[in-house]
Design a protein around this ligand. Sequence first.
Ligand code: F6R
Length: 376
Amino acid sequence: EKQGFKHFMLKEIHEQPGVVRASLEAYFNNLGDSNQSPINLGLPESLYADLEQIHIVACGTSWHAALVGKHLIEQLAGISTQVHYASEYRYAPSPLTANTLIVGVTQSGETADTLAALAMEKERRQGKEPKYQARLLGITNRPESSLGHMVPHIISTLAGIEIGVAATKTFIAQLMAFYALALDLAYRRQTVSLDKLVEIINGLRQIPKEIEATLASQESLTEQLAHEFAETQDFIFLGRGINFPIALEGALKLKEISYIHAEGYPAGEMKHGPIALLDAKVPVVAIAVPGSVYEKVISNSQEAKARDSRLIGVTPVKDGEAAEIFNDLLPVSNVDELLSPILAVVPLQLLAYHIAARRGLDVDQPRNLAKSVTVE
Ligand code: F6R
C-alpha cells in the first residue's frame, strides 16, 4: 500500500498535489457566473453575520495551519483573529466577547485538548444573550469524529487517510480550508474586490502543478542535504509574516521524526537573543519569498551567515541576490506571497523526511508519538 515509496510519510508528501486539486474542486465554484459566489463552503450566513472576532483553538501542526489562517483572515477579510493552543485556552480563555466565531482545527477530530477547549467555550456561552452564543465551526479530516458530533458546522478537509504520524498532507488540506474560509468571509464582507478574489483563486489553481515541480526538483536535493546533516544536533528555521508558521512547521517536522533539536523563529526576533546560538555547527533554513518581508528576511539571513551558520534558502531560484547569500538552495516558484506557504512547506517536509530516513529511524512511527492524542 506504500505504492513503491519507502515510507507512508513520503507517499503522503507526494499525494499533496492531489489533495489540493480535490480541495479546489470542492471549495470553489467555476468562475464566470457573477451571480454566484466563487466559494462554496455551504456555511450559513448566520455563522458570519455581524462577526467581530474569531478565536481558533488547535494543537501541533493544526495550530500552525491556524496561524496561516489568522494571517489570511485578517489580511483578506479584516476580522481580528486569535490563535490559541487548545491546552492553554481551556484554562485561561480570552474574555467573553460578543459576535465571536470559535473555530476548532483538528485533523483527527479526536484531540482531547481541542475538544475540551470547544466544550468549555460552548458551556460558558450557554444562557447568555444571543450575540454571545458560541458560533462553532470545526475544520477536520474526519467529519464522523467526536469533533463532528460536537459542532454544528464543519469544513471537511480532503486529505484522505493519513498513516504517517507526522502530519503532511493533512496540513496542506487544512491550509486549503483556510484559504476557502478567508475568501468566503472576504466575499461576503466585500473586503476585497471580486477581481482580486478571482486572481487569488486562479493562483490557487496553479498550486498543484507547482507542488509537483517542487517535488520533482527537490527529492534529490533534499536527499543530498540530508546526507550532510544526518549528524547535526541543532537546526534553526526562519520565516516572517505568513511564512513564520511554516518555519515553525519545518522545525516541528524535523524534531518529531529525526529527534534533532530544531526551532522555528520569526526572522526578526533572532537579534533579540537566539542569534547567540549560532555558529558553524548550527545550520539555518530561511524561507525568503518575494513579498512584503523579503528584503528583511534576506538581511536577517545575512546576520546568521556572519555568525558562520550554513544558510539554506527556500527561495525562488532565479533571484540573483538570494542565490548568492545562501550556501544551499531549496528552490520554490515565485507565487503570490499569500499563496507561498503552501509551496514553502514542501521542501521542509522532504528535508525532515530524508534526514530521518538517513538516520535509519522509524519515520512513520516516531518514538513517544501517537497519531491522535486522546489524553489531555
Ligand atoms: C505533527 C502532528 C501533531 C498533530 C497534533 C494535533 O506532525 O501530527 O502535532 O498535529 O497532535 O492533531 P490533530 O490535528 O489530530 O488535532
